[in-house]
Design a binder for this molecule. Structure first.
Ligand code: C2E
Ligand code: CA
Ligand code: CA
Ligand code: CA
Length: 279
């Protein structure tokens, strides 16, 4: 029995070391990646259903490591968050998205808005107001062309500093969207108190729209709630014509998903704009 206990202990230690080592390797690699510019952004259009035009474009980070492998953000964003590296990475994302948007504006697409994801750690400790105002300033962008996608986890941290940061961002004039809406917390009180502009219905509800009645009801309810509060409502993860038909019928404002386009490299955006007659 003693031996068995010892083996169990050894197993845990070995397993812990393996996990910790993997994490540490990714962490070290992330440092190098930041130095060597291994990150890039892909862009996914958001379509306004009333006129079928592109209303915005979400920037999504990609990491192509030295071996040419693409890593998914869900593999490295959590590690970047825990190690604090997310702040530097997030600053790069904001500046790069603004640089690219300014280039599109210069090509005549002045109506385009870019949406950037902010992580909770970056929002709280990343000097976010300063980063955003200097990015807008350096690239000569009007603030309303930048939309920040925040998760509910940021907004329910109902602290003075979160509220004051949100007010400052509103004052600057950037747009605020709540990402993954419906998955986080049941408290909706912040919707009233904080002036957000957009709700983004989480893709899990869209995926299940035609599998279970509850998801369909939830989607309809979120759209109605959003409209009562005079918010724009967007559905993410739209993959099928059937989902699009449901969302159109439910008066959803915008959609984003593989049905219209996957996230693509910046150079493909002009083709997409041309395809729908926006050039
Ligand atoms: P998210 O912000 O909820 O982004 C939506 C994710 O859904 C993206 O995954 C996108 O590629 C994917 N997607 C888009 N259309 C469809 C569809 O029709 N069907 C399905 N099944 N998926 C679709 P991605 O790019 O792998 O990003 C995953 C998550 O990583 C993001 O979720 C976001 O939380 C985080 N992330 C990505 N880029 C950044 C960034 O620059 N900063 C921060 N802080 N987080 C980021
Ligand atoms: Ca997002
Ligand atoms: Ca989302
Ligand atoms: Ca998500």
């Amino acid at each position: 029995a003693k031996d068995c206990g010892r083996n169990t202990y050894r197993f845990f230690v070995t397993q812990m070391n393996a996990d910790a080592q993997k994490r540490m390797r990714i962490q070290t690699d992330l440092h190098t990646a930041l130095k060597n510019n291994e990150f890039l952004l892909h862009y996914q259009p958001q379509i306004r259903l009333s006129d079928g035009r592109i209303s915005g474009i979400e920037a999504l980070i990609r990491w192509q490591n030295a071996d040419g492998q693409m890593l998914s953000p869900s593999e490295f964003i959590p590690i970047a968050e825990q190690s604090g590296l997310i702040i530097q990475m997030g600053q790069w994302v904001l500046r790069e998205a603004c640089r690219q948007l300014a280039a599109w504006h210069q090509q005549g697409q002045t109506q385009l808005v870019v949406a950037v994801n902010l992580s909770s750690h970056q929002f709280r400790y990343g000097n976010i107001v300063e980063t955003i105002s200097s990015a807008l300033n350096d690239f000569g962008l009007p603030p309303q062309c930048l939309e920040l996608e925040l998760t509910e986890s940021i907004l329910i941290q109902d602290t003075e500093s979160v509220i004051s940061t949100l007010h400052t961002l509103k004052h600057i004039g950037v747009k605020l969207a709540i990402d993954d809406f419906g998955t986080g917390y049941s408290s909706l009180s912040y919707l009233k108190r904080l002036s957000v502009d957009k709700l983004k219905i989480d893709k899990s509800f869209i995926r299940d729209l035609h599998k279970d009645q509850d998801s369909a009801e939830i989607v309809r309810a979120i759209i109605q709630l959003g409209h009562i509060l005079q918010l724009t409502v967007i559905a993410e993860g739209v993959e099928t014509e059937q989902q699009l038909a449901f969302l159109t019928d439910s008066h959803c404002d915008e959609i984003q998903g593989y049905l219209f386009s996957r996230p693509v490299a910046a150079e493909h955006i002009p083709e997409i704009l041309a395809r729908i007659g926006m050039t």
